[in-house]
Design a protein around this ligand. Structure first.
Ligand SMILES: Cc1cc2nc3c(=O)[nH]c(=O)nc-3n(C[C@H](O)[C@H](O)[C@H](O)COP(=O)(O)OP(=O)(O)OC[C@H]3O[C@@H](n4cnc5c(N)ncnc54)[C@H](O)[C@@H]3O)c2cc1C
Length: 446
């Protein structure tokens, strides 16, 4: 059987497609970043995506990302992306939200919302314009026994010097990465809808609301997409899918004054909330984004980590291919670089998330009013925060009169400190990985 593909190339079923430098599975965020980077490095690439070209980018998502990604695309790749700018992120409880400024903590680090589908379409257009081959197909597994040499769909095999798994939360090549050393995958769930408003709003911050009387294991979000539109949703470890939809409806009704004209683009999506894979490389293979569980376990933020991972992995892949050494030792640089940038943040977000969702609304409100300042919240992103455990505990002890809250806070901060230290010692080569892994597991990491 012969068929035409959406890039107008011609292939025959059950055939082997000639070798590329890089075979990329999935044209989401990580796949697009990897593709753009690899093309700039003069690699030949083939992206295999299960969705038809016109559906690339269609994904249930909160659509919030840092402004620096928009700037990075402009500066590095001359790609302009439509976006709605926001001043930063605010965190609160529903009572904090209704009361106004008291009890709302803000990080003023520019963010923006995008239209995820439009964004995906811009990426795909640029990838094709720059020479990528895009094949529509569902990847079912890898080619090669002890080393990955490409991937198979139901009717073809695509060979590559290196392969990148950017296939998202239900990673199709995860078996290759986990060989003999599994790590628990904790899949979270999110529900979102876009609400169109009757009256304009002037919300300059993206809002995350923790309130475990509505969502015991997660959070709500309200992300403005314009003066008349918001992306709203709820997500977390909750597995009963109907719960989030009802919780969002109830929260909108009871805790906001929005006059809703219309609801659009509603749906559920899954995301990995168990912290990054401890190693994202295997012989011939690099995994990025949700496929490597790069989503922040506390906030669900996955776009920026997926972009960074795709870019870093393709940079390492290009170095390996150009130097004709694609050994695991060379690919390890990607593991190291990613962990230097995100390891401490993703690792320490696990105990922070568990702590946040363990609090009652009253405890959380007291913490946000008295202990977690704008400064403390913004420092959580930093590799080496300027505050110390003692600083926070002293403030908490002066403000909160509840010993159980102080105890929970001390435990969470202690675990966060230990995991930051563990991730900052991520090994530079694979030989020291087993000892590091044992230490990380013993400390409650992956
Ligand atoms: C409800 C919800 C809200 C979210 N909100 C936000 C937010 O506001 N901000 C944020 O930063 N993050 C958010 N995230 C997380 C974010 O969407 C992901 O972390 C991000 O999309 C990861 O990018 P990726 O490239 O790894 O995966 P994806 O973007 O999912 O891309 C994977 C691609 O691989 C393709 N694919 C899958 N399997 C195969 C196969 N077998 N063969 C071929 N192709 C395949 C898919 O079709 C898809 O195009 C949210 C997630 C959910 C579920």
């Amino acid at each position: 059987m012969i068929r035409f593909l959406n890039n107008n190339s011609l292939i025959m079923s059950d055939m082997t497609i000639a070798p590329y430098d890089l075979v990329i599975v999935g044209c989401g965020i990580a796949g697009a970043a990897a593709g753009l980077t690899a093309l700039r490095e003069d690699l030949t690439i083939c992206i295999i995506e299960r969705k038809g070209r016109e559906f690339v980018g269609r994904k249930i998502c909160g659509e919030l990302m840092p402004m620096r990604i928009v700037k990075w695309l402009k500066n590095e790749f001359q790609i302009s992306v439509d976006h709605y700018p926001l001043k930063g992120l605010q965190v609160c409880t529903f009572s904090g939200l209704m009361d106004g400024d008291h009890g709302i903590v803000r990080v003023t680090d520019p963010l923006c919302t995008i239209d995820r589908w439009q964004f995906g379409q811009t990426m795909v257009k640029e990838l094709l314009r720059r020479g990528a081959e895009l094949h529509q197909g569902v990847v079912r597994g890898s080619v090669g026994k002890n080393e990955v040499h490409g991937v198979k769909t139901h009717d073809a095999s695509y060979l590559g010097t290196l392969t990148m798994d950017c296939s998202g939360v239900f990673s199709v090549l995860s078996r290759e990465l986990r060989r003999g050393r599994g790590s628990p995958s904790r899949i979270g769930l999110g529900y979102k809808e876009n609400i169109i408003l009757e009256e304009a709003i002037s919300q300059e911050y993206a809002t995350i609301v923790f309130d475990n009387s509505f969502v015991p294991s997660g959070y709500f979000w309200f992300f403005p997409k314009g003066t008349y539109e918001l992306n709203v949703g709820a997500g977390g470890m909750e597995q009963r899918s109907t719960h989030f939809r009802k919780a969002v409806a109830q929260a909108l009704h009871e805790h906001t004054r929005f006059k809703i004209k219309e609801k659009t683009q509603a749906g559920y999506g899954a995301l990995p909330l168990g912290g990054s894979l401890p190693s994202m490389v295997a012989p011939g293979l690099l995994a990025c984004g949700d496929a490597a569980r790069h989503t922040n376990p506390l906030t669900g933020e996955g776009i920026a980590p997926a972009f960074t991972a795709g870019h870093m992995a393709a940079t390492t892949a290009a170095e390996a291919i150009h130097s004709k050494d694609t050994s695991l030792e060379v690919l390890w640089k990607y593991n190291y670089d990613f962990m230097q940038r995100y390891g401490a943040l993703l690792g320490s977000s696990l105990p922070l998330r568990d702590f946040m969702v363990s609090l009652t609304s009253k405890e959380l409100q007291s913490l946000l009013q008295n202990v977690i300042t704008d400064e403390v919240l913004s420092q959580l992103e930093e590799k080496e925060p300027s505050f110390t455990l003692t600083d926070i505990l002293t403030t908490a002890a002066n403000a909160a009169k509840t010993p159980s809250l102080l105890f929970k806070l001390a435990c969470a901060l202690g675990k966060m400190g230990i995991l930051r230290a563990v991730y900052s010692r991520y090994p530079k080569n694979p030989k020291r990985f087993p000892q590091w892994r044992t230490l990380a597991t013993a400390c409650g990491g992956v």
